[in-house]
Design a protein around this ligand. Structure first.
Ligand SMILES: *[C@@H]1O[C@H](CO)[C@@H](O)[C@H](O)[C@H]1NC(C)=O
Ligand SMILES: *[C@@H]1O[C@H](CO)[C@@H](O)[C@H](O)[C@H]1NC(C)=O
Length: 265
């Protein structure tokens, strides 16, 4: 039974969801509405209605085009706005868009890495861009960062666990990061990805926002890379994803996460 660990963990903690959708872009320090700037995704048909497991159900096939922006979202099927951001601005993704019934506040409940990516549309029309072009990585979170949960606070003590608490995004409901300062201007898909590694199978939680990146600093425009295609970037069985992130012998200091490396800009 694949969910037994998540279900037991959830019952113990009492407030967390094992599945999540990053439906809210954080823009100018504020949480925007669910699917306002993020492409809506379709529920997983077998798992039921959007309110149920359906919407937040993860992706499990690294070779599927849904890996780009979530289920049925390689092209938008519902209205979505484009956010204007400056290169160098801080943005983020927050959880919103379906959660487990009875859940009081969904978080990145699984121990695993998070990444953010950009892919420039060939034209200024993001509505018709399927994300089949080149992608580069702008964020990698493996171990703890200054945004990680502070387990020394009394309200967070109950979440502490010797094994899982080494992961930087564990139990967070959002994550913020900077668009590299030298990013070339243009219309981009901004993709946030949280991964639950696993020996028997891997889960991906993936969503994309529409952003227009403005960069008026014309003598400081960089060349992003290395580039990757999605799908294509992950292969079934690759050792840096197909392992148990709940293994007490796992050493996060030696874990770099999958390729490609982050473009610093
Ligand atoms: C990200 O930024 C938003 C808006 O300022 C904030 O509400 C949220 O707590 C931040 N997330 C983290 C993990 O610090
Ligand atoms: C999938 O997307 C297509 C358009 O790209 C849309 O017509 C269809 O309703 C969507 N299906 C679901 C289940 O959301």
């Amino acid at each position: 039974m694949r969910y037994s660990i998540a279900l037991i963990g959830s019952a113990l903690v009492g407030v967390s969801n094992a599945h999540y959708v990053f439906g809210r872009l954080i823009l100018d320090g504020k949480w925007t509405d669910t699917f306002e700037y993020v492409r809506e995704i379709a529920p997983e048909p077998v798992r039921g209605s959007p309110e149920d497991w359906g919407m937040p159900y993860p992706l499990e096939r690294p070779d599927h085009p849904d890996m780009r922006c979530g289920r049925n979202a390689s092209l938008p099927f519902a209205p979505v706005k484009t956010a204007t951001v400056n290169a160098g601005d801080r943005v983020g993704f927050g959880i919103g868009g379906g959660s487990w019934p009875g859940d009081k506040g969904a978080t990145m409940f699984h121990a695993g890495p998070a990444f953010a990516w950009l892919s420039k549309a060939p034209t200024n029309d993001l509505q018709t861009y399927a994300g089949d072009g080149d992608w580069f990585k702008i964020l990698s979170v493996t171990g703890r960062t200054e945004q990680s949960m502070d387990y020394s606070l009394p309200e967070n003590e109950k979440y502490y666990d010797e094994v899982d608490s080494v992961w930087g995004t564990l139990y967070l409901d959002s994550y913020n990061f900077t668009i590299p300062k030298t990013t070339p201007p243009g219309h981009y898909l901004l993709r946030y990805e949280h991964i639950r590694p696993g020996g028997g199978g891997v889960q991906w939680y993936v969503n994309c926002a529409h952003v227009e990146i403005v960069n008026t600093n014309t003598d400081k425009i960089g060349t992003p890379g290395p580039m990757a295609k999605i799908p294509g970037v992950y292969t079934k069985g690759q050792p840096d994803l197909w392992f148990s992130s709940y293994d007490p012998d796992f050493n996060i200091d030696e874990y770099k996460g999958p390729e490609p490396e982050v473009w610093e800009g």
